[in-house]
Design a protein around this ligand. Structure first.
Ligand SMILES: [Cu+2]
Length: 738
C-alpha cells in the first residue's frame, strides 16, 4: 500500500542553489510509511522514511504531539525564509524535481507564452529558475493593454493543486499582478472555469495559492489589474510555479471526490489574511485582517479590509484610516479599546457607509471576548450587546459581564455577571481561560453561555447582573476554540463540537453534544452525540438551511500560527439522525485565525488563517467556496433549485406572518441569521425553521416566532427547500426589533 501523505512533507527547490532541499517533515500518513521514498537532503539522494529516522540530531521526533508516523526534520540554522518556494504541502517544482527523481539529464522542457512581452523580458524569464529575471508585458514603443496572460505548458498533464507567483524582485512594483484568474486546460483549447481568482497583495512576497485537485497540462494566469492600483496597464512576473499533491498521480484516471461529499470550488485570493469576516446587506463579504494585511500586533491608525463581490467575482482592498482607530479583528465594531469608536464599521466603501454595528452584528469586543446581541427592552430600535471575558489584552482577569447600548453609546458594568464560573482550567492561566465565550441571546433577554468551559451558565443582564449555573455538557471537558452552533433556535438546540482543554499545546477532542435549552435559568438537556471523525480545535461551524451543521478545518493539536496537524475533511452533522458524515477536503489548512460563513446562495466560504508576518507560511491570503452535497444531483450535475419569487414583506417583526411565493412547490422554509465569524466564534448565526400554516397555490403563509430572543433582530437569509433537500438562493429579510 502506498503511503498517503496528507500534510507537510515539505520538499523544496532551492532556486539559489538549484537543487532539491529537504526541509521540514511533519506528516499525517496512512499506509506504510517506510515503503515510500522522500527526496530529502542537499545530496539529491532519496532517503527512505526508515533511514530518515536514523538521521540522528536532524530529526526530532514528535510522537507525543503528532499522530503516529509524524515527525519533524529541521535544521535550525537554516531559516525557512531563506528557502525559495517553501510550502506546507508537497512543494513540487515539477519540471525540476521530476527530472532529478528520474536522473534525467535533458528533461522535456516546459514552455511558456504570453500575450505580449517587452524585449529582454520574455515570457520564458518566468520559468528560468532565476528570480532576478522576469517577464514583463510590452511597454515600449507601444503599451500592450490589460488584460495580460501568461500560459505555461508542462508538456504532460498532471494532477495539480496550486500555483505560486513570485513578483519581480528588483525593488520595483511595476507590473505586480492584482486582480487575476487561473484557468487550466489539458489540450490548450478547452479551458476550465477559474480554479482561482481574486486579488494578490501588492508586495514582492511569493504568493502560493492552493485549490482543489485538478488535472492540467496548461496553466494560464490572466491579469486583469496591476496591484498598485494606479491603473497601470502592465504585468510582470519573476517566477511561475505549480504545485501537485503527488506527481505520480495519473492525470488520465484522476477523479475528484464523489459528489456525495460536496465540492470545494474556486479558491478566492484576498489581499489580506481574513481573520474576521461578515456578510453585508448586499450579499457581499467583508473581511478584516488588522493594521497590516499579514500581521496583528501593536500597530495603530488603520485597519485593512477586503470586499469580495461574488456576483462579479472581484475582490477589492481598502485601508480604513478615517475612523481613526486600529481595530484588531475582534474589535470590529464595539471594541472597548482606547480610542475605539462604536461606529467603526463605517467603512468608506459605499455599501458599508451607513451601517450600524448592530445591524451587521459586528459586535466583537476587543481582547477576544465575544458578545451576544440582545433584543433590548429599553432600546427597541437597536439591541444591546452583552460581553464577558477577554483577557487576551487590556489586563487580565476579573472581566465580568458588561452591556453596551448602541443608542446611548454607553457601556455599563454588570458586576453580578461574574466571569469566574465560565473560566476554563487553561494551562496558561486566565489570559487564555476567559476567551471566546459561546454566548447565545435567548428568550426574555437572557444570555446562555454554552462553553467553552465545561460549565455552562445563564447570565441575567438586568440590574447589576447575575448568573445561574446551568450544569455541564455531560462528560465534556473544557473545549476552548471548539464550535457551538444554534441550529434550531425555536427549540433552543445547540450543537457543540470539538475544542481542547487548553487554548494551545493540548489535544483537541472529537466530542459532540446536543444542548437543548428549556426554561430560562434551568439546566438544559444535554445529550452526548457520536464523536466527529476528527478531533478539532480552531475549526469553524456553519449551520445550513436544512438544519445540518458543517464543521470545517481546525487542528487536532492546536498551536496558534502553525499548520501542523490540520484537519482537511469537512464533517456534516445531521440533527435528524444525530450522525456525522465526512465530506470533501478543503485544499488549504484552515487553522488559527480562520473563518467560515454561509452565503445567501447556500454555499459556504472558509478562509483565512495566519496573521503572522511577512513571508510567514501560515498566512493564507485566500478562501475557498464549498458547495454542500444538497446542491448536486447524484450524477454530479447541479441540482435544479427552487426559487422564492415574492415575499410579502422584507422588513418584519417577530410574531408577524409572512407570505412566501415560490416558483415551484417546496417542502420547507428556514431563516438563518447573517453570520460574522472570528476566532471560531460566530455568535450571530442561528437558524429558525419556519412552519407553514397555510398554502394557496405556491403562496405559503408562515408565522414567525414571537420571541425576539429566538428571532433576534437583524438581517436574515430566508431559504425555501424542496422535497429533494435542495435550498433556494436566499431572500434577505430584516427582522425589526419588536
Ligand atoms: Cu487572535
Amino acid at each position: 500500500m502506498q503511503i498517503r501523505v496528507t500534510y507537510n512533507v515539505m520538499l523544496g527547490y532551492d532556486n539559489t542553489e538549484h537543487r532539491v532541499v529537504r526541509l521540514v517533515v511533519s506528516c499525517q500518513t496512512t499506509g506504510n510509511l517506510e515503503s515510500t521514498s522522500f527526496v530529502l537532503g542537499r545530496s539529491r539522494s532519496a532517503f527512505s522514511a526508515r533511514s530518515l529516522k536514523r538521521r540522528g540530531t536532524e530529526l526530532q521526533h514528535y510522537s507525543d504531539t503528532l499522530p503516529k508516523g509524524c515527525f519533524v526534520v529541521r535544521r535550525p540554522t537554516e531559516p525557512l525564509q531563506e528557502i525559495s518556494f517553501l510550502s506546507p504541502l508537497y512543494y513540487l517544482d515539477l519540471q525540476k524535481i521530476i527530472s532529478l527523481l528520474k536522473n534525467e539529464a535533458s528533461p522535456p522542457r516546459w514552455t511558456v507564452t504570453a500575450d505580449s512581452f517587452q524585449p529582454g523580458n520574455e515570457a520564458v524569464k518566468a520559468i528560468d529558475g532565476n528570480i532576478s529575471t522576469f517577464w514583463h508585458s510590452a511597454y515600449s514603443p507601444t503599451i500592450a493593454p490589460l488584460p495580460h496572460y501568461i500560459q505555461l505548458d508542462m508538456k504532460k498533464s498532471y494532477v495539480i493543486n496550486g500555483v505560486s507567483y513570485q513578483p519581480r524582485q528588483d525593488g520595483s512594483l511595476n507590473g505586480n499582478i492584482g486582480q487575476h484568474t487561473v484557468t487550466l486546460s489539458n489540450d490548450g483549447t478547452t479551458w476550465s472555469s477559474p480554479v482561482q481568482f481574486g486579488t494578490w497583495l501588492n508586495d514582492k512576497v511569493t504568493k502560493s495559492t492552493f485549490f482543489s485537485n485538478a488535472t492540467a497540462r496548461y496553466v494560464r494566469i490572466t491579469a486583469q489589474t496591476e496591484a498598485q492600483g494606479a491603473n497601470n496597464p502592465w504585468s510582470s512576473m519573476a517566477e511561475l510555479n505549480v504545485y501537485s499533491p503527488n506527481i505520480n498521480l495519473d492525470a488520465s484516471t484522476f477523479q475528484p471526490p464523489p459528489i456525495s461529499q460536496g465540492r470545494w470550488d474556486s479558491t478566492v485570493v484576498l489581499p489580506i489574511v481574513a481573520a474576521a469576516g461578515a456578510l453585508s446587506a448586499q450579499g457581499n463579504l467583508i473581511f478584516w485582517s488588522a493594521f497590516r494585511p499579514d500581521l496583528f500586533g501593536s500597530g495603530t491608525g488603520q485597519t485593512l479590509t477586503a470586499l469580495w463581490t461574488p456576483s462579479s467575482q472581484t475582490v477589492t482592498q481598502r485601508t480604513v484610516t478615517e475612523t481613526h482607530p486600529y481595530m484588531f479583528i475582534t474589535d470590529l465594531s464595539l471594541g472597548k479599546r482606547a480610542n475605539a469608536s462604536p461606529k467603526m464599521t463605517c467603512f468608506a466603501q459605499q455599501e458599508y457607509k451607513h451601517v450600524q454595528p448592530s445591524e451587521f452584528g459586528l459586535d466583537k469586543r476587543s481582547a477576544d471576548g465575544h458578545p451576544a446581541r440582545l433584543p433590548s427592552e429599553r432600546d427597541r430600535s437597536d439591541g444591546r450587546i452583552f460581553t464577558i471575558g477577554g483577557s487576551w489584552s487590556g489586563g487580565q482577569g476579573g472581566k465580568n459581564g458588561e452591556i453596551y447600548s448602541p443608542a446611548a453609546n454607553k457601556w455599563t458594568s454588570l458586576p453580578g455577571a461574574v466571569v469566574a464560573p465560565m473560566l476554563t482550567a487553561d494551562a496558561m492561566g486566565v489570559y487564555r481561560a476567559d476567551n471566546h465565550a459561546w454566548l447565545f441571546a435567548y428568550k426574555a433577554n437572557s444570555v446562555f453561555q454554552a462553553g467553552p468551559s465545561k460549565n455552562m451558565n445563564w447570565y441575567n443582564v438586568t440590574g447589576s447582573g447575575s448568573y445561574t449555573s446551568a450544569g455541564t455538557r455531560s462528560a465534556d471537558g473544557d473545549a476552548m476554540c471548539g464550535n457551538a452552533v444554534m441550529f434550531d433556535a425555536t427549540t433552543g438546540s445547540i450543537l457543540s463540537a470539538g475544542g481542547s482543554p487548553s487554548y494551545q499545546d493540548s489535544n483537541a477532542t472529537p466530542n459532540a453534544h446536543l444542548i437543548k435549552l428549556g426554561n430560562v435559568g434551568a439546566a438544559p438537556t444535554v445529550t452526548k452525540l457520536p464523536n466527529m471523525a476528527n478531533a478539532r480545535a480552531f475549526a469553524n461551524g456553519v449551520v445550513l438551511p436544512d438544519g445540518t451543521v458543517l464543521i470545517i478545518g481546525g487542528q487536532s493539536y492546536p498551536i496558534p500560527f502553525t499548520d501542523t496537524t490540520p484537519v482537511f475533511p469537512a464533517e456534516l452533522f445531521d440533527p435528524k439522525t444525530n450522525t456525522w458524515r465526512t465530506l470533501a477536503s478543503i485544499a488549504v489548512p484552515r487553522t488559527y485565525h480562520s473563518i467560515a460563513l454561509l452565503l445567501p446562495d447556500a454555499t459556504v466560504v472558509a478562509g483565512g488563517g495566519g496573521l503572522c508576518g511577512t513571508g510567514c507560511m501560515q498566512n493564507h491570503f485566500d478562501l475557498q467556496v464549498f458547495s454542500p452535497p444538497y446542491l448536486f444531483n447524484s450524477d454530479g450535475t447541479r441540482a435544479t433549485r427552487p426559487a422564492i419569487t415574492l415575499v410579502s414583506a422584507t422588513q418584519i417583526r417577530p410574531g408577524a406572518s409572512l407570505t412566501i411565493t415560490t416558483a415551484q412547490s417546496v417542502a420547507s422554509f428556514s431563516l438563518i441569521r447573517y453570520g460574522s465569524a472570528t476566532h471560531t466564534v460566530n455568535t450571530d448565526q442561528r437558524r429558525v425553521p419556519l412552519s407553514v400554516t397555510s398554502v394557496t397555490g405556491l403562496a405559503h403563509v408562515v408565522n414567525l416566532p414571537t420571541d425576539p430572543g429566538v428571532l433576534v433582530p437583524g438581517y436574515w437569509m430566508l431559504f425555501a427547500i424542496n422535497s429533494a433537500g435542495v435550498p433556494s438562493v436566499a431572500t434577505t429579510i430584516k427582522i425589526l426589533a419588536s
